[in-house]
Design a protein around this ligand. Sequence first.
Ligand code: GLU
Length: 555
Amino acid sequence: MTDLEALAELIFPDITDTIDDLEKRYPKRQLNNGAIVARFAPSPTGFLHTGSLFATLIAWRFPAQTSGVFFTRLEDTDTKREIEGSGEELLKQLEAFGIVPNEGYMGDYEKGNYGPYKQSNRANIYKTVIKDFIKKGLAYPCFCSSEEVNELRKYQEAHKLNPGYYGQYAKCSTLDPKVAMQRIKNHEPYVIRFRSQGNYQNKIKITDLIRGNLELAQNDQHIVILKSDGLPTYHFAHLVDDHFMRTTHVTRGEEWLPSLPIHYELFEAAGWEKPNYAHLPVIMKLDNGSRRKLSKRKDPEASVSYFLENGYPVEGVLEYLVTIANSNFEEWRLQNMNANIFDFKLSFDKMTLDGALFDLAKVKNICKERLARLNKDEFTKKAYEFAKKYDNNLKELIERDENFFKEIINIEREKDNPRKDYETFKDIYPIINFFYSDLYEKLLENELPFNYERFTNQTIIKVLEAFKNDMGLEYDEENWFNNLKKVTEQCGFCSNVKEYKKNKDLYPGHVGDISEIIRIAISTRKNTPNLYYVLKILGKEEVTKRINKIIERLS
Ligand code: GLU
């Protein structure tokens, strides 16, 4: 046995697997040519960030487009930052967006043959690889305390040297294995470091699927790969997991780009084929004219739960994320207004390079458009899902009479250019509550927004009386409106708005004022969905009742 082998045995006496065993246990996946295997690898450190939803979207769609595999892995090696239960919560939130992994960590269970998918359960796999690295001299135990490492950094800063544990400063890299073994036997604490062969002065060529060919300085840092708690660092876990889980494409935030030389060197040391890399743009926010990262402290929209709780349709939010992912999406959408968003093929080369700007107003616009394009059954189903969790008032209305609800929300829906009344499911209740008699009664407790300066109560009453006697609800929309013009003239108002504008002194108002008066009377609001359909749904009897009430109130 060589000294290095003895050292490896001393450190990992219980590890009997070899790399070959792992290669056999996790064989190459049998997939079609071009099939992409990608993963979402969250750390359970809190809620799902909107940037992570964006990363997940990418890791999910590329496999879906290529009959590949999308899997989830829980990166829980930073036990200090872990928040209990947040891994499960992340998976639930993804599911709310319709994102379900083919394989991997699923919250309370795991699925697939490449697990465990929770890093804290993979310690023996990492140790197997590290044991092999130690035997080959690619890794070594380091006994430097954190105080020593800090001192080193201070020294390097004072002397304007590159900081870190490398080259001549990597003190423990030259320890004789026999000495190292003695120190371990003496119970001195240690970590395991990677022995870098790189030189910072050299450049390496790197290809990123989004950023193209890049030149970065070679890694020379002897990074820690196994911490004193027996868990690996991110870099090493990335090497081992993405190799043995047979990831073909690592799609991750661009904050990992500077670490790429480390990952290249680790893959080369292990003698494994590197995955493809795509470093995704960070989502930014415009704040007083300057860009900054979307921040979980400052921006409620940085947290995915914000969209769920506020009733944003998930397809609208996903669609927005696709618009920031691929610059050619919006043009495609204009030509395919009703198509399923995932008929669009995402590509890496159309990906935005610089931090993508998050624009909440645009999210809302997209949501409005998407909500308008759901048919009444889909709309009702989704609204009810939302209401059950977050909006009791709305839930109660849907449960009262689903068909009545559908009739209301179907006003000017299901046509080429549908009406856009709702941005979110949360908007529904305050827009439609007046349809329900008991809620209308409640709304009457507030002041009505009649334009009392232009019209006396007498005038309003006259208009309401005239309309009550001749509602024209038996007609289609166009003829109803012609009828309304007739009523307008009977009241001495002008039935033509242009005409009115030329001769304002001749009339108290125009046909638009007449509809406004009617609208306010039957809904208590200045804005409602299309008045004709509102009247039709309420029906003559209910409209008459409401008008009588208002007349009584104004008399
Ligand atoms: N756990 C890492 C993170 O949350 C994952 C990065 C990666 O996808 O490799 O940033």
